[in-house]
Structure formats: structure tokens, C-alpha cells
Write a protein that binds this ligand. Structure first.
Ligand code: DCS
Length: 287
């Protein structure tokens, strides 16, 4: 039976319970993280814990656990579930209180939940690339917080799915922001361009790893707003995310990106990214 964490305790999944007046359930009043696990080891754990803490601070929820405590709990969760390749999902909400928009007064214990899920690397999509659609970014202006409120994101993703596509690329006016659950990067004349990490996008950890790898491998990076026209003219387009890694986008709204095959800079970054995973988590066999 799968083991999950509820408020610091390990319980069977079937026994895990959260109150119907949990503010995460009623208001989406909480934050989350998705962490990749390769060979039973967490990839970029420190970065995820740091972003989790930052998201909690942004909405004024107390941390409940130190980074050290979280690390120990999550490692035990992996072991109890014998997880090799997959993800950890974790979320913290403001806790349980009688329904009222205002934050509850006094010391309410935040609700913490974490569980694992087996998930292979998306090998076929990484090799062949995926299709995307364009959709207007209708979300709020604090997309830097990894909030449980994902209605804008899931509506965008559903639109992509209904079009037989993997991702929805969002834009505000002429500016391309990010995917529904990923960051978007373009390559133009060997320069990697991506939206700056401000309040309009999530500062993706995979993107940050990629930008760092670019810098140490003499690939020029521009963190600046780029337009729909630049996207349409790009030599290469790819997305980054914890689950999707570095994934080529080969078609947008039915139009091929250049020749319609993954580009050379994207390929190179995939290689460098795999090496980075191997550095932290040991050998990968499936790409
Ligand atoms: N932008 C959004 C809106 C996201 O939801 C995500 C990841 C990213 C960017 C990429 O960030 P990471 O590189 O740190 O993953 N979303 C997680 C999710 O909801 N499922 O998997 C990843």
C-alpha cells in the first residue's frame, strides 16, 4: 500500500484525510512543489525547497518544517514507496478554519501533504518533440508564486489537449509568457531567449538549470520579453519543466517550427541536462 505524508505522519494512502474546511480545498489557499526523482534520488532538491519557502513567505503561511526536516521526511517517503523514477508532489495550505475569506486569526496549523508517483522519463517526446497551441494568458499577476490556484493553467492545458497537443503557450498582448505547466524558450541565431523571471511567470527550476548550463557552455542567453512574431520566426522552440525536462516543440498552431524537427541547440541542451541529472542522481539508462 502506498504511503503518504499528512502533517508529518506516514499513513496509508487510503487512510489519508483532509478536513472539508481546509483552506487549500476551499480557496486554493496554499502552495506546492513537484520534485523529480531519478534512481531514488531527488534532483535539484535544494532549489525546490528554497522556492517552496519563498512561495510560503509570499502568502504568509508559516513553514511548519525546516528544510532539513523536509529533506528527511521526503527521503523516507521515497524509501517507504521504493520509488526509483518518478516524482514527489507536496503541498502546504494555510490550514483548517471556518470558511471566511480573511485569514484565520491566531495560530492555525498549516496542512502539509506529500506523496510519490512513479513516472518514467518522457523518452519518445524528448526525442521527437511535441506540438503546442497558442492561447491568451488569462491568469493573475503573481504567477511567480507556485500557488494551488491553477484554473487558468488547467483551462489552457485542456485547450491544448482538445487540439491533440502537449502544451499551451500563453501570451499577454504580444509577449510570450510561459506554458500552462512549463517555461518556454526560443533559439534564434544560436541565442537562447526566454521571458525574465518576474511576477508574470514561474521561475522554473529546470529553466534555471538550463540557463546556467548555457552560460558555462558559451551559449548566449537573453532573459527578455520576446514576441509572438519572434516565436513564429524562431529557429528552435522548447519547453522546460520538472516532469518534461527539456522538450522540443516542433509545431505551433499547426505550423512547423522551422523544419519541424528538434533543433541542434535543443539537442545539445538535452545532452547537458542529462549529464547534470547523472551528476546528482547517478546513471540514466533510458535516453
Ligand atoms: N511554469 C509553470 C506554470 C509550471 O507549472 C511549471 C512546472 C513550470 C513553469 C516549470 O517549473 P519547473 O521547471 O520548476 O518544474 N509545474 C509543475 C507541475 O505543476 N507539474 O510538473 C511541474
Amino acid at each position: 500500500m502506498a504511503q503518504v505524508i499528512v502533517n508529518g505522519n506516514f499513513v496509508d494512502r487510503s487512510e489519508a484525510k483532509v478536513d472539508i474546511e481546509d483552506r487549500g480545498y476551499q480557496f486554493g489557499d496554499g502552495v506546492y512543489e513537484v520534485i523529480r526523482v531519478y534512481n531514488g534520488k531527488m534532483f535539484t532538491l535544494a532549489e525546490h525547497l528554497k522556492r517552496f519557502a519563498k512561495s510560503l513567505d509570499s502568502i504568509g503561511v508559516s513553514h511548519a518544517y525546516t528544510e532539513q526536516q523536509l529533506t528527511v521526511m521526503l527521503q523516507e517517503l521515497i524509501e517507504r514507496n521504493s520509488l526509483k523514477t518518478g516524482i514527489i508532489y507536496m503541498q502546504m495550505t494555510r490550514g483548517v478554519a471556518p470558511r471566511n475569506h480573511a485569514y484565520p486569526a491566531g495560530d492555525v496549523q498549516p496542512t502539509f501533504v506529500a506523496y510519490t508517483k512513479g513516472m518514467e522519463r518522457p523518452v519518445e517526446n524528448l526525442k521527437n518533440g511535441v506540438k503546442a497551441i497558442l492561447t491568451e494568458d488569462i491568469r493573475w499577476l503573481r504567477c511567480d508564486i507556485k500557488s494551488l490556484n491553477l484554473l487558468g493553467n488547467i483551462m489552457a492545458k485542456q485547450k491544448a489537449v482538445l487540439s491533440g497537443c502537449y502544451e499551451a503557450i500563453q501570451y499577454r498582448g504580444q509577449a510570450v509568457t510561459e506554458g500552462s505547466s512549463s517555461n518556454i524558450l526560443i533559439v534564434n541565431k544560436d541565442v537562447v531567449i526566454t521571458h525574465p523571471s518576474d511576477q508574470r511567470i514561474l521561475k522554473g527550476i529546470t529553466k534555471e538549470v538550463i540557463l546556467q548550463l548555457c552560460r558555462t557552455n558559451q551559449i548566449t542567453v537573453e532573459e527578455r520579453v520576446f514576441t509572438l512574431d519572434e516565436l513564429a520566426d524562431a529557429d528552435e522552440v522548447f519547453l522546460t519543466s520538472t516532469t518534461g525536462e527539456v522538450m522540443p516543440i516542433i509545431e505551433i498552431d499547426g505550423r512547423k517550427v522551422k523544419d519541424g524537427v528538434p533543433g541542434s541547440v535543443t539537442r545539445k541542451l538535452q545532452e547537458l541536462f542529462s549529464k547534470e541529472i547523472e551528476k546528482q542522481c547517478g546513471p540514466l539508462y533510458n535516453l
